[in-house]
Design a binder for this molecule. Structure first.
Ligand SMILES: NC(=O)c1ccc[n+]([C@@H]2O[C@H](COP(=O)([O-])OP(=O)(O)OC[C@H]3O[C@@H](n4cnc5c(N)ncnc54)[C@H](O)[C@@H]3O)[C@@H](O)[C@H]2O)c1
Length: 343
């Protein structure tokens, strides 16, 4: 296991030290467990003594993310599409269901809009049905994309902002699907009294992200381009902003939201309060990688939100959570991981 990953897992374990009992000897289904965030979640849960059932169809992930887990006691992999029904008999009685199964990179939405919609709508309903059959706690990994393009007075964006989303826009298969997934979770809570929790994740980065082709995200793309001294491609003029969370902080927040009593029925933003312009991120990555790359400006994708920054007061209050890893620190870890992977 890479040093950066091992140290990251140790950090998450320390931060969750008061919550070990919530996961020890519990059976947790992680849908999308072979993906970037999912592999960190599965690894953390195994360290906390949980039994993990990873359900994934490898639509956007690489088998190597879970290969080393296959030999670990307490880990099972079920290759399956969540948009097909999942019976309790297939996985056994689970205590917790974490739904992370969705394509998450904008270029994937262009190529696979139907699959993206299905995973977050029908897939959510299927996993809620399984949770109901098992009387399990259900957590939905929603997204900051449910907010669409918020006006300046709603940045930082609080959970009460209801969104500005184009239902037929180029990103709607993701944005509207996440909104529908949230509605499904609340409907199961209302009609069946299910224990549901919704986390709206803001841009997250770290080891295990993919960088190539349609799977690349801005951080992984910039890092791999910078390490190869190739042009760093910036969409638009780079004045659009995002806020970036290192994956260990995200996993800490996600698992707190899964087990804290106060999070039951709640919708909670998890993200970093530090907003940064994309051009500044490019300069920072260029500096940290000591790269000779130049910047190449390309046409921005349609409906690209101008700003993304969460109001995280609710996470601070309900989960006693704040992000701990600064951007320079997290980027340094991620660069180290990519440098070794590319060498
Ligand atoms: N990474 C981020 O910045 C971010 C931000 C907001 C929300 N999220 C959400 O977090 C979750 C995980 O994202 P990620 O960044 O790890 O993406 P990822 O693409 O690396 O992981 C998603 C995983 O889900 C699997 N999957 C996709 N469709 C599936 C299906 N129909 N059935 C079974 N498995 C399926 C993929 O194969 C992959 O392993 C997603 O739901 C995503 O929408 C991520």
């Amino acid at each position: 296991m890479h040093k950066v990953v091992r140290e990251g897992l140790e950090r998450i374990e320390r931060e969750l030290s008061e919550y070990h009992e919530a996961f020890e000897s519990r059976k947790v289904l992680v849908a999308g467990g072979a993906g970037f965030i999912g592999t960190w979640v599965c690894r953390t849960l195994l360290r906390l003594g949980a039994e993990v059932v990873c359900v994934d169809n490898f639509a956007s992930s690489l088998p190597e993310n879970v290969e080393e887990l296959l030999s670990q006691q307490g880990f099972t992999l079920l290759k399956k599409d969540v948009s097909k029904p999942l019976a309790a008999e297939e996985v056994g009685r689970v205590n917790i269901v974490l739904h992370l199964a969705s394509r998450a990179a904008p270029p994937e939405f262009d190529s696979f809009p139907v699959e993206t919609l299905l995973a977050n709508t029908v897939g959510t309903a299927n996993l809620l049905e399984l949770s109901r059959a098992c009387d399990a706690t259900f957590l939905f990994a929603s997204s900051s994309e449910v907010y669409g393009d918020p006006p300046p007075n709603y940045v930082p964006t609080p959970e009460i902002y209801t969104g500005n989303v184009n239902p037929v826009g180029p990103r709607s298969c993701y944005e509207e699907a996440k909104r529908c997934g949230e509605a499904f979770a609340k409907a199961y809570e209302k009609q069946y009294g299910l224990d549901v929790r919704i986390v709206r994740i803001f841009n997250t980065y770290g080891p295990y992200m993919r960088a190539e082709g349609i799977y690349g995200r801005v951080v992984s793309r910039f890092i791999t381009q910078a390490l190869a001294n190739q042009p760093i491609t910036i969409y638009g003029d780079g004045s659009q902003s995002r806020s970036f969370t290192y994956v260990t902080d995200l996993v800490n927040g996600l698992l707190r939201a899964t087990c804290c009593d106060k999070a039951r029925g709640e919708v909670i933003n998890i993200g970093s309060e530090r907003e940064i312009k994309i051009i500044e991120l490019a300069h920072l990555i260029k500096k940290l990688t000591r790269s000779s790359s130049e910047f190449k400006f390309e046409q921005p994708p349609p409906d690209d939100p101008r700003r993304r920054c969460p109001d995280i007061s609710k996470a601070k209050k309900l989960l006693n959570w704040t992000p701990k890893v600064g951007l320079e620190e997290g980027l340094t870890y991620t660069i180290e991981w990519f440098r070794d992977k590319m060498s």
